[in-house]
Ligand binder design. Structure first.
Ligand code: SF4
Length: 120
């Protein structure tokens, strides 16, 4: 079967022709970057989501920093990501986009800070 979908991940809004069978994407045409393939696979594969969490900060003006996964992770890994994030301790200062974990909860996805935290 084939579906035409618009990739929502950037302003180029590529029109994707997605051939699939059941939950498997067979081919994608029309993407200008690999994110289009990730988007197509997210439509048909197992559910995935961006997970948000909080990470402890030492020596900062706030005791923790909000964080999120850099890419969607399998939805059934959400609690593992949150638990792993809660065990992290980062030194201030923290920058927006700073990688707090390169492979949070063995998902292969980075956990990044979403707010800056200055030193006390
Ligand atoms: S496929 Fe890539 S370039 Fe095209 S809209 Fe998606 S993110 Fe943007």
């Amino acid at each position: 079967m084939t579906q035409i979908r618009t990739c929502p991940r950037c302003e180029k809004a590529c029109s994707l022709q997605i051939d699939y069978q059941g939950n498997e994407v067979l081919s994608v045409i029309g993407h200008r970057c690999p994110i289009g393939i990730e988007f197509a696979e997210s439509l048909f594969g197992p559910p995935q989501k961006i997970v948000t969490a909080s990470v402890s900060v030492k020596g900062g003006v706030y005791p923790s920093v909000p964080a999120r996964t850099a890419k969607p992770v399998p939805a059934d890994k959400s609690m593992a990501v949150i638990t792993a994030a809660n065990k992290l301790h980062i030194e201030a200062p923290v920058r927006v986009g700073q990688v707090l974990s390169r492979n949070i909860a063995e998902t292969g996805v980075e956990l990044i800070a979403v707010k800056p935290i200055d030193k006390m």
